[in-house]
Design a binder for this molecule. Structure first.
Ligand SMILES: [Zn+2]
Length: 170
């Protein structure tokens, strides 16, 4: 294997072993909310969200070692960007830009990464992942992995940053 532990951006040091890759399954198991049935994201009340408008809702991710990790979701049950209704599809890019700017407005941020994965919940959710400025080791795709191994910030600090993002969105 390539010695990733020599990369300063890799969160682990040697010895690290690669897990054996299991055979592919013939049929994948359903995700939460597949087809809009018993979907956690659809069922959550607005009060559980950081910010909402007519068609979109924003969640603060906590606990976290980082300030300003948020997830943007449409109110309507769509399972990919391709499934968004026309109005939401037209709003998606501009709104993603507004959320990115709102997170950047916290200050002290090197870059805000946007990610759509979707192997967990079926309901479309766009991650905004801010990297603290100057933390060069946290650059790139290992950032979410660092998010799992670094100590979480105090809850009130993460929530205050979330409130600032919501205020910046208006
Ligand atoms: Zn849903």
């Amino acid at each position: 294997m390539p010695d990733l532990s020599e990369w300063t951006t890799f969160p682990f040091v040697s010895p690290v072993e690669v897990r054996e890759l299991e055979p592919a399954v013939a049929e994948e198991p359903p995700r939460n909310g597949e087809g809009g049935v018993d979907c956690w994201a659809c069922e959550k009340p607005d009060a559980d969200f950081l910010w909402t408008d007519e068609r979109w809702r924003l969640t603060l991710y906590t606990p976290s070692p980082f300030r300003g990790v948020v997830l943007l979701q449409p109110r309507v049950h769509a399972e990919s960007v391709a499934e968004l209704p026309a109005t939401e599809a037209a709003e998606f890019g501009p709104l993603a830009g507004r959320v990115q700017r709102a997170v950047e407005s916290l200050g002290g941020i090197g870059r805000v990464h946007l990610n759509v994965w979707g192997d967990g919940g079926a309901h479309l959710h766009l991650w905004f992942y801010p990297r603290p400025y100057g933390r060069l080791q946290l650059r790139g795709t290992f950032l979410p992995l660092w998010g799992l191994v670094l100590p979480d910030l105090p809850d009130d600090e993460v929530r205050a940053a979330g409130e600032a993002v919501a205020r910046a969105l208006g």
